[in-house]
Design a protein around this ligand. Structure first.
Ligand SMILES: *Cc1c(COP(=O)(O)O)cnc(C)c1O
Length: 392
């Protein structure tokens, strides 16, 4: 069977008493045991019987198993948000005196997690150009605990050579950790590219229709200590496991992810081409466009789709705000890969708390509008963007 078919038909661990066809939502905090010995087995991690829903819940396990089928990961853990997945992963890998090598081009909260939160615990972050392997190599040393990247940065949409980074990580014997939120894991194999640990904000493509906040960590089994620490330390001590209701909603999203994404990425390609014809737009940035700087490497690594996010460049911040205010169909909202097309001015919102100097270093520009392309008919979306540009 193809992976997609397996993902839809993944069985429950135990059949439901009523023969429910959808996985029931187990809204329970605790689980009862038939005797003391089976309690010991569960609490000491020697059986797969759940003991407490901060650590395991059958509805969440079912969602995790589907992701396992699709990715081939050795273990998958679902978290309460993408940031929980990232922070739990980095806390599991880092320690005082260690450093994390990564890029200046990071999701705003990930950047702040490293530069503000983890730095208070003595973890150093080294920001380098990940598209330059020599610079990455120069930043690594014996205190490096991981190499972290986003496979397509947001909003710059930069794509680094992942196998080249994997080779550097292997040389220093540290895991390559990748945030793959921008391209669904149904479209490419992270482990085939050399990624050891994959993190995803399942709030985005997977939830489908932006129903809920969630995150995933896929462990490809190359870092044994990490897998053990996540299950026996992070889930218990940090308490950021996904809730069963969210797992239920995201399971439904996962089942139709492939179908939605094919339409959404095709829509994005079509919109990018249409937007290029408009003189008010100085530049359309989308790796799907054949002359985009990252087109070839993106195609090579992720296949024939390029995600559902576009950025456009307007004259200045004032033009961007006028444009946003004139939109009638496209929604002014953050989030990515909603069913609806969304627009935002990243520099003043997601990156609003950063100084002008920091934004310059991160290549976050006042002239950029980010569009997350939805499932509408693109002619309607194009017409709305076109009329809004005429209001500038
Ligand atoms: C949204 C996002 C996150 C954070 O995910 P949440 O689910 O909002 O916590 C992390 N990385 C990337 C690339 C994102 O787009």
């Amino acid at each position: 069977m193809k992976k997609q078919t397996e993902a839809i038909h993944t069985g429950f661990q135990r059949s439901d008493s009523y023969g429910a066809l959808s996985m029931p939502v187990y809204h329970t905090a605790a689980y009862e045991f038939p005797d003391a010995a089976s309690m010991v087995e569960s609490f000491c991690g020697r059986s797969t019987d759940p003991d407490y829903s901060r650590v395991m819940n059958p509805t969440v396990t079912f969602f995790e198993n589907k992701v396992k089928q699709l990715t081939g990961a050795v273990d998958v853990i679902a978290f309460s948000s993408g940031m929980a997945a990232i922070s739990n992963t980095l806390i599991a890998l880092a320690a005082a005196g260690k450093n994390i090598v990564t890029s200046r081009h990071l999701f705003g909260n990930t950047y702040a997690l490293l530069s503000k939160t983890l730095s208070r615990f003595g973890v150093e972050t080294r920001l380098v150009d990940l598209t330059n392997p020599a610079a990455v190599e120069a930043a690594m040393d014996s205190s490096t605990c991981c190499l972290f990247l986003e496979i397509m940065t947001n909003p710059q949409m930069e794509v680094a050579d992942i196998p080249a980074l994997a080779a550097i990580a292997r040389k220093w014997n540290v895991p390559l950790v990748a945030d793959t939120t921008m391209i669904p894991f149904t479209e490419f194999s992270a482990s085939a590219l050399g990624i050891d640990i994959e993190v995803v904000s399942s709030t985005k493509y997977i939830s489908g229709g932006a129903t809920s906040i969630g995150g995933l960590v896929m462990d490809y089994g190359t870092c044994e200590e990490f897998g053990k620490r996540m299950r026996t330390e992070m889930l218990l001590n940090l308490g950021a496991y996904m809730t069963p209701h969210v797992a239920y909603m995201q399971t439904i999203g996962l089942e139709n992810l492939h179908a939605r994404y094919l339409l959404q990425s095709a829509n994005t390609m079509r919109l990018a081409e249409m937007l290029r014809t408009l003189p008010a737009i100085k530049e359309v940035n989308y790796p799907g466009l054949a002359d985009n700087r990252f087109h070839e490497i993106s195609r090579h690594q992720f296949g024939s789709t390029f995600g559902a996010m576009i950025t456009i460049e307007l004259a200045n911040q004032e033009a961007c705000f006028k444009f946003l205010n004139a939109l009638k169909l496209v929604r002014r909202a953050t989030n990515l890969f909603d069913n609806k097309t969304l627009a935002i001015h990243p520099a003043s919102t997601i990156f609003g708390p950063f100084t002008a100097e920091q934004k310059r270093e991160m290549d976050v520009k006042d002239t950029t509008i980010r569009l997350s392309v939805g499932l509408e008919d693109m002619e309607d979306v194009f017409n709305d963007i076109n009329q809004a540009l005429n209001e500038i």
